[in-house]
Design a protein around this ligand. Structure first.
Ligand SMILES: Cc1ncc(COP(=O)(O)O)c(C=O)c1O
Length: 371
């Protein structure tokens, strides 16, 4: 094994930078002995709703739960169809399957890596209930045309914002654009808990009420179950930690964007296709994902030099064995399949040093020059 010179992620350095605040938050929860939901989670809900410009936030135990409950809240179920993309983390599609509905997959735009709005109309049938665009890597999907086609057909829009805390579309925060939005606070996300976490944001009071009930066994009051709900509650430790981290998020996002600026500059002329921040976007770069025809050899060569990279995602969901029964064949969604073969995510986290960014860029430029 080569020594790791640049990891793809470094949660420890970040923890050290905010240790006193985090430790105090954890101590507060221990003192309160209120371990599930409670005032820390309620406080986080208010603060995150305000951050997203949404009326409400419902804190949950994962981003997957957020997608599941958002879909249930709008009544998606067996016999329905939900339009989403195959070039995403599997949860976007899996959550639709959880409800008994059928995921209908449309291709992505190759520059933004997000849903191609022009592909939606042809995928709509009388069974379609919702559209679920994914703000992949931290870049918002092109929401105006998506909302327009949804409104024309009476469909609900649920944003998968799991990777996009703080991203903006034409100046508007994700989480406040669709009818509902779903976030993940998995530790490696831009706003990451120290365990599992997720949330739904919405400005629709009825959806909020339903999601709130569904996360806690469908109760409208204690032991009175009006809906068939779940145990999808957020733990108090995660709420308290997320409140601390939310206060630093904008600074961390700006640090990510500065690192991306440096990567973009150093990788100009390197032969790889650098990520594009679309004209509508404030991209928050959960990932810095480039494209290259030589992805696998490049990853291997970087690994040998101690540089960790990631592939997000190497097999689109429609070609995953678990989703073969959706009935999509190879080449059915060509842009997604091409992206899956070409993408490579470089190390990126707010605490990355200039030296680390230069080390990665030089290694990569050296590889392409030697080709
Ligand atoms: C695009 C996307 N959707 C949904 C999820 C699911 O979130 P979680 O892992 O918190 O369940 C993730 C998490 O990786 C994701 O990246």
């Amino acid at each position: 094994m080569t020594n790791i010179k640049v990891p793809s992620l470094d949660l420890k350095t970040q923890y050290k930078s905010i240790k006193p605040e985090i430790d105090a938050a954890i101590a507060r929860v221990l003192d309160s002995c209120q371990f599930v939901l409670g005032s820390e989670v309620a406080g986080f809900e208010q603060e995150f709703a305000a951050y997203c410009g949404a009326a409400e936030c419902i804190a949950l135990n994962s981003g997957t739960s957020a997608l599941h409950l958002a879909l249930l809240a709008v009544g998606v179920g067996p016999g329905d169809e939900v339009i989403t993309v195959p070039f995403t983390f599997v949860a976007s599609v899996a959550a639709v399957v959880y409800t008994g509905a059928r995921p209908v997959l449309v291709d992505i735009d190759p520059r933004s890596f997000t849903m191609d709005p022009a592909a939606i109309e042809a995928a709509i049938t009388p069974r379609t209930k919702a559209i679920l665009p994914v703000h992949l890597y931290g870049q918002p999907a092109d929401m105006d045309p998506i909302m327009k086609v949804a409104r024309r057909h009476g469909l609900v829009v649920i944003e998968d914002a799991a990777q996009a805390h703080g991203a903006k579309y034409k100046g508007r925060a994700v989480g406040s654009i669709g009818d509902m939005a779903c976030f993940s606070f998995y530790p490696g996300k831009n706003l990451g808990a120290y365990g599992e976490g997720g949330a739904v944001t919405t400005s629709n009071a009825e959806y909020a009420r339903t999601v709130r009930m569904l996360r806690d066994w469908g109760q409208d009051r204690k032991y009175h179950h009006v809906l068939r709900g779940f145990n999808y509650r957020m733990e108090a430790f995660q709420g308290a930690i997320l409140r601390v981290k939310l206060r630093h998020l904008e600074r961390w996002t700006e640090a990510r964007r500065a690192i991306v600026g440096k990567y973009n500059q150093l990788l100009a002329g390197s032969g790889v296709e650098r990520p594009t921040e679309m004209p509508w976007a404030r991209h928050v770069y959960q990932l810095y994902t480039l494209r290259t025809d030589h992805r696998d050899t490049m990853q291997e060569a970087l690994q040998k030099q101690g540089i960790q990279t990631g592939i997000h995602y190497g097999v689109p969901v429609h070609l995953q064995p678990a989703y073969a029964n959706l009935g999509y064949r190879r080449l059915a969604l060509p842009q997604s399949e091409k992206a899956a073969a070409e993408v490579l995510s470089l190390p990126l986290y707010p605490e990355m040093t200039n030296d680390q960014v230069e080390t990665v860029s030089q290694a990569l430029t050296g590889l392409t020059a030697a080709r």
